[in-house]
Write a protein that binds this ligand. Structure first.
Ligand code: TYD
Length: 209
């Protein structure tokens, strides 16, 4: 079983990923939590490059291929082996982030990006994708506070993007989720951690998945 979390900066993905992991473990399942960018050894280096303020000069095409390289390595070395062993795999971001950020956000063609994702993932798609949706202003405020608290001061390249960019990303997620209704669930991420997790659990039990 393969589950991915998606959403704008500061939507609370990481917290909910961990809550869901604990929940599945309480049901006796073996769970692997991973993330993009940065899920593999090579990916950790790519993550530094991708999120650093020093990479302000990356072209959107170069950025795209670094995310795809990260994904190809991640799928091959981490995700596929865990799925083959029967583990539940939960990834904090995956292929949809590329369609939404590089596509709806940066203006590349979402359908072409989808084809690139087919290559990078070798056709491994999530059974379920949880989109945590919230207004950009709230997300960005949370993301900036978190980066200061965790001293991840060199991970600010996306937080430094314009409000317009983030609004395109939010809207892009909603559009892409509507086009992929079979595997997306949309959760209102404005509430407390507990409220959001309750919604996730309810939607999990509602979905045919
Ligand atoms: P992440 O570490 O999840 O940041 P946050 O927790 O602040 O949301 O993701 C890193 C950034 O990389 C995020 O701004 C989205 C971006 N990204 C892309 O632009 N394309 C991609 O394919 C992926 C996986 C991430």
């Amino acid at each position: 079983m393969f589950i991915t979390f998606e959403g704008i900066e500061g939507c609370g993905k990481t917290t909910q990923v961990n809550r869901l992991k604990e929940y599945f473990e309480s049901l006796g399942k073996e769970v692997l939590v991973t993330l993009e960018p940065g899920g593999s050894r090579l990916g950790k280096t790519l993550r530094k490059i991708l999120l650093s303020m020093e990479s302000q000069d990356l072209t959107r095409e170069a950025e795209l291929f670094l995310y795809l390289a990260d994904r190809a390595q991640h799928v091959d070395q981490i995700i596929r082996p865990a799925l083959e062993q029967g583990q539940v795999v939960i990834s904090d971001r995956y292929a949809d982030s590329t369609v939404v950020y590089q596509g709806y956000g940066r203006g590349l063609d979402p359908q072409i990006l989808h084809s690139f994702n087919e290559i990078a993932t070798r056709g491994i798609w999530p059974d379920l994708t949880i989109l945590l949706d919230l207004p950009v202003e709230i997300g960005l405020k949370r993301a900036v506070t978190r980066n200061l608290q965790t001293k991840q001061t060199d991970e600010g390249r996306f937080e430094a993007e314009s409000i317009d960019f983030h609004n395109r990303v939010r809207e892009g997620y909603l559009t892409w989720a509507a086009l992929n209704k079979n595997r997306f669930i949309i959760v209102d991420a404005t509430g407390s951690v507990d409220e959001i997790f309750e919604q996730i659990k309810n939607k999990l039990s509602d979905s045919t998945f």
